[in-house]
Design a protein around this ligand. Structure first.
Ligand SMILES: [Zn+2]
Ligand SMILES: [Zn+2]
Length: 491
C-alpha cells in the first residue's frame, strides 16, 4: 500500500493564518491527504511553524517581547485556524523539538562541509551604521537585482522568486530604522550548487513537477546555479560553531530539510513506515520555490543516512490577492480564516478557496464574489438536502447524458486529487457538477450513485459529505474515481 507524506510550507508565526495561506499550500495538502485515505492508502501531512524566520523577530521587536513567546502565541492561533478550516495534519513541530532540529541541522552541516559542498569565503553583506548591526533576510529590504521589483528582501524576491545574493540587493535599507545600509566585508559560508548541476538535472528530471515548478526549475537551471550564503551574523538561528565563522548562525532556510527529517522520524515512530512504498509530495508558494526546489534537496543530500525520502512530487501555487493587492499581515490587508468560515461555514470556504486556488497564475478574492459564488450555493444546497431530504434543484441540460457526466465528474474528482496531477480547481469543479447532477430528474438509482461519489469522494467538503452519509445511510467505501454505472429510468 502506498504511504504518502505530504509536506506543505511551514507557516511563519508572525501573525495568524489568512485565507491566502489556505488557498495555497494548505487546502492542497489537506485534499491530498483526505483523497489518499479515501482511496484506502495511508497519508500524513507533516507541518511545523517557521519560528526561526526574521519576520517573527520583527513582530516580537514591534511588541517588545521575546521572540519564542510571540512565536508560540501565533503558532497556537495558526493551529486554531487550521482547525476552523478543517485542515488536518499528523505531525506539528513545536518548540520542544528544537534540540532534534538543531542536532539534525548540525549533522547536515558537517556532512556538506566535509563533502566540500559548503565552503567558507570572503564576501560582503549589509550593515546598518545607525543600528550598529548586520542586516540579513527580512531585516534588509530593497529592489531585486534580477527583476527590479521593490518586493525583495535579503536573498528573496517575492516577484520573480529567483535567487539573488543579499549583497546584490539594490537600494537596500534597514528594515528597523529605514536608513540605507552599507556593504561591509564578511567571511561567510556558502552552499555551492553549480558543482551539483548533474545531480539536480538527474533528480529534477526523474520526479513529477507540476508545470509551474518545471518552468521555474528550467529557468534556474538555464543559468549557472548560485552559491547560496548559508550563515548570518547576529540573527536568530542555530550557531554554526565553526571556528572560521565566529558568532555566525546557520541560515533559517537551511533548517527546512533537517526539520523535514525530524518530522518524518516523528511520523515513523507513530506508524508502520516502509521507505520503499513512501511517496513524498511537497506543496509550497511561489515565493518559496528556490528554497523548496533547490535548497531543500541540496541540504537533504547531507542527511541521506537518515533515509528520509527525497520528494517525488512538487507543486507550487501563485499569490492569492485580496481586492487586487497582495495579502499583508502588517498592513492588515487580510481576510482571516475564522472570518470567512463565520460567513458561510468551513466547507463553503474550503470549496470556494479550492475553486479559486492560484494554480496557474495569481487569483483574486473579493467578499462579494465569495458570497454570490456557485461554490457557496452548492454547499448550501447539499446541506439542505441532508437536512430536509428534499432533492436540491438540479441543472437541467437535456443535451448531455447525466450518466456520462457522472462518470466524468467522478473520475475528474479522483484524478485531480492524486499527487502527480493535483488540481483543487478541477476537484472543486467536479463537486459543482455532482451537486447539479444530484437534482437531475434521472431516477433514484442515479441519485444514489451521485450520493455515493459525493459521500466518498468529495473530500473538499468533508462535513457536508458526512452529513449526506448519515442522512441517507450511504456506506463509506473506497473511492478511486469509478462511478457505479446506472441505467437511467425516470422516476
Ligand atoms: Zn525578482
Ligand atoms: Zn538600522
Amino acid at each position: 500500500m502506498t504511504q504518502h507524506l505530504i509536506v506543505p510550507s511551514n507557516p511563519t508565526p508572525n501573525g495568524d493564518l489568512h485565507i491566502g495561506h489556505i488557498a495555497g499550500p494548505y487546502i492542497g495538502a489537506d485534499a491530498l491527504r483526505r483523497a489518499a485515505i479515501a482511496r484506502g492508502e495511508v497519508a500524513a501531512v507533516l507541518l511545523g511553524t517557521a519560528w526561526q524566520q526574521t519576520h517573527v523577530l520583527l513582530a516580537a521587536r514591534r511588541q517588545g517581547r521575546d521572540v519564542l513567546a510571540v512565536a508560540s502565541e501565533f503558532a497556537a492561533q495558526i493551529e486554531e485556524s487550521f482547525a476552523a478550516a478543517d485542515i488536518g495534519y499528523d505531525v506539528m513541530l513545536r518548540h520542544e523539538d528544537m534540540p532534534s532540529i538543531e542536532q539534525m541541522t548540525r549533522r547536515a552541516w558537517s556532512t556538506l562541509r566535509e563533502l566540500g559542498m559548503i565552503v567558507v569565503r570572503d564576501s560582503v553583506a549589509h550593515y546598518c551604521s545607525p543600528c550598529r548591526a548586520w542586516r540579513f533576510q527580512g531585516l534588509v529590504a530593497g529592489r531585486c537585482p534580477r527583476c527590479g521589483s521593490s518586493d525583495a528582501y535579503g536573498i528573496d524576491c517575492e516577484q520573480c522568486g529567483l535567487y539573488h545574493d543579499d549583497a546584490e540587493l539594490l537600494d537596500a535599507v534597514c528594515a528597523v530604522c529605514h536608513e540605507p545600509t552599507e556593504l561591509r566585508p564578511l567571511r561567510r559560508a556558502f552552499l555551492e550548487l553549480e558543482p551539483q548541476r548533474a545531480w539536480f538535472e538527474q533528480y529534477l528530471g526523474s520526479i513529477t513537477l507540476g508545470d509551474p515548478v518545471r518552468e521555474y526549475a528550467e529557468s534556474v537551471l538555464s543559468e549557472a546555479l548560485p552559491s547560496v550564503a548559508v550563515t548570518v551574523l547576529g540573527g536568530p538561528g542555530i550557531p554554526a560553531l565553526d571556528e572560521e565563522l565566529p558568532g555566525q548562525t546557520i541560515y533559517p532556510a537551511f533548517e527546512l530539510a533537517p526539520r523535514y527529517v525530524v518530522m518524518t522520524a516523528r511520523h515513523r515512530a507513530g506508524s508502520a513506515y516502509e521507505p520503499a512504498r513512501t511517496r513524498t509530495t511537497m506543496v509550497f508558494g511561489v515565493d518559496n520555490a528556490f528554497e523548496r526546489v533547490f535548497l531543500f534537496p541540496a541540504v537533504l543530500r547531507g542527511l541521506t543516512e537518515t533515509h528520509a525520502p527525497f520528494p517525488d512530487v512538487m507543486h507550487l501555487t501563485y499569490f492569492y490577492m485580496l481586492d487586487g493587492a497582495k495579502f499583508s499581515t502588517s498592513r492588515r490587508h487580510i481576510v482571516g480564516v475564522a472570518e470567512l468560515v463565520g460567513v458561510a461555514g468551513a466547507d463553503a470556504a474550503r470549496l470556494y478557496l479550492a475553486a479559486n486556488r492560484p494554480e496557474r497564475s495569481p487569483t483574486n478574492f473579493t467578499r462579494s464574489a465569495f458570497e454570490k459564488s456557485a461554490e457557496v450555493s452548492a454547499v448550501r444546497r447539499l446541506r439542505a438536502w441532508a437536512d430536509t431530504g428534499e432533492v436540491p434543484p438540479g441543472d437541467e441540460d437535456s443535451s448531455r447524458d447525466p450518466c456520462i457526466e457522472l462518470e466524468h465528474a467522478a473520475s475528474e474528482l479522483a484524478d485531480a486529487l492524486r499527487p502527480e496531477s493535483l488540481s483543487c480547481q478541477n476537484a472543486a469543479r467536479a463537486v459543482l457538477t455532482l451537486t447539479g447532477l444530484a437534482g437531475a430528474s434521472h431516477g433514484d438509482r442515479f441519485r444514489d450513485a451521485v450520493l455515493k461519489v459525493l459521500v466518498n469522494g468529495a473530500v473538499l467538503v468533508p462535513d457536508t459529505a458526512a452529513r449526506l452519509a448519515s442522512a441517507f445511510a450511504v456506506p463509506r467505501t473506497r473511492f478511486d474515481g469509478a462511478a457505479q454505472r446506472t441505467s437511467g429510468g425516470r422516476g
